[in-house]
Design a protein around this ligand. Structure first.
Ligand code: COA
Length: 382
């Protein structure tokens, strides 16, 4: 398989954007990425999106963006894997280029969540779960994660306060990211005092609803830019049971472990080589479970890494370096592309105030559903 290079980046701020439609948001990010790459129109277009059909009454995002951007009859396809749609779209493009079918692709992740009332968005988010086994019983997505967190705290003896540092770290990093939804550090007290959403998940454990779009141009050849080249060293995807109740161990993300292990094998490295990890901290419990599944902590020990300060951008395993899902924001289908863009910025040495020290390998892991569809990418600086 051929190498695939990251040759153009574009993003718009994650926010409540009532001025722009979904195609305008996606188009703005796409044009920035295409300008950055400066190669004209790529050979194909992939769009990661989860809920345009329900939230924006729009299917066919591949066609919509091809039309809006003037892709002149080139292939355009939407890819859906719930909150993991962004990385799934990126992976589809990587495979197409690596196989030799095309030479370049534009990947867009987009989600426009704030045009609909909160209750409708909550219902749309719940479609990422198993409709018959979970959704039909009234479980929201937050509630499912709350049940996992309750079980985890019961099994391993953690208190809610022990999860605070995941959020503190994310918000502290987002304070330096002009594209982040919440550009403000938070205090331990505001974490502890935040309103409860679904016991034990409070407002500061949860990622916010938001609108956003990020885009990446991929090419089979490195382009002559004046920054270090970054290429895709590994791309791996794995599924698990759709419902959490059908898992032997609901407190371990088996699909995350399997996709991370496949990615490590493809890149010929291990967790100790990763200099930055953009994980899927949709809830603080997911932050802990991701660190454990990807080999950075033993099962049940994830919160200790945060408590010991080891997840900060200048420490052992930097995570959420631009704010993560918690504070950069989580426009669901766009998130995977934001993560990959941020890892690329880190490896290029262009991450500003939260620049990590080790810039050879970075990992991004995007989770669809409650750990049911997981894509892991490892990027490498040449
Ligand atoms: N973290 C910090 N602050 C948040 C926040 C969050 N996650 N969500 C909202 N806020 C803030 C808002 O900015 C607003 O502040 P303001 O009053 O100063 O303007 C305030 O809290 C109320 O915002 P609102 O939009 O009314 O919140 P809400 O109660 O409707 O929604 C959640 C809060 C947590 C229920 C909602 O963000 C949610 O459902 N999150 C989870 C989304 C999800 O499941 N994603 C998929 C995961 S894979």
């Amino acid at each position: 398989m051929r190498k695939v290079y990251i040759s153009g980046l574009g993003q718009v701020p994650v926010t409540e954007n009532w001025e722009k439609s979904i195609r305008e948001l996606a188009g703005d990010a796409a044009l920035l990425a295409m300008q950055d790459a400066d190669i004209g129109y790529p050979d194909a277009l992939y769009v990661g999106n989860m809920m345009a059909i329900t939230a924006n009454r729009q299917a066919q995002l591949g066609t919509m963006m091809s039309d809006w951007l003037g892709f002149h009859h080139k292939p355009g396809l939407a890819v859906e894997a719930a909150c993991g749609s962004g990385a799934a779209a990126f992976r589809a493009a990587v495979i197409a280029i690596a196989s030799g079918e095309i030479e370049s692709a534009l990947v867009i992740g987009v989600e426009k969540m704030t045009d609909s009332p909160g209750s409708e968005i909550t219902a749309s988010l719940a479609t990422a779960a198993d409709a018959e086994l979970e959704g039909d019983f009234g479980l929201s997505f937050v509630a499912i994660n709350a049940l996992i967190m309750q079980r985890y705290m019961f099994e391993y003896g953690w208190r809610h306060a022990d999860f605070a540092d995941f959020s503190l770290n994310a918000h502290a990093n987002a304070a330096h990211n002009p594209y982040a939804r919440f550009q403000k550090a938070i205090s331990r007290k505001s974490f502890l005092d935040a309103p409860m959403v679904a016991e034990p998940i409070n407002l500061m454990d949860a990622s916010p609803i938001g609108d956003g779009a990020a885009a990446i141009v991929l090419t089979s050849q490195p382009l002559s830019h004046n920054h270090p080249q970054v290429f895709v060293a590994a791309s791996a995807s794995c599924t698990d049971t759709l419902s959490v109740q059908n898992r032997k161990t609901p407190t371990f993300l088996t699909a995350a472990a399997n996709s991370a292990n496949r990615a490590y094998a493809q890149a010929g490295i291990g967790p100790q080589d990763i200099g930055v990890f953009e994980y899927h901290d949709a809830f603080s419990i997911m932050a802990a479970l991701s660190l454990e599944a990807c080999g950075f902590a033993e099962p049940g020990r994830g919160p200790q890494l945060a408590l010991d300060g080891k997840i900060k951008f200048d420490s052992e395993i930097p995570v959420a370096t631009m704010g993560g899902l918690k504070a950069r924001g989580h426009p669901v289908g766009a998130t995977g592309v934001y993560q990959l863009l941020e890892v690329t910025q880190q490896l290029r040495g262009a991450a500003g105030a939260t620049q990590v020290k080790r810039t050879k390998y970075g990992m991004a892991q995007n989770i669809g559903g409650s750990g049911s569809n997981i894509t892991t990418h490892i990027l490498q600086r040449e």
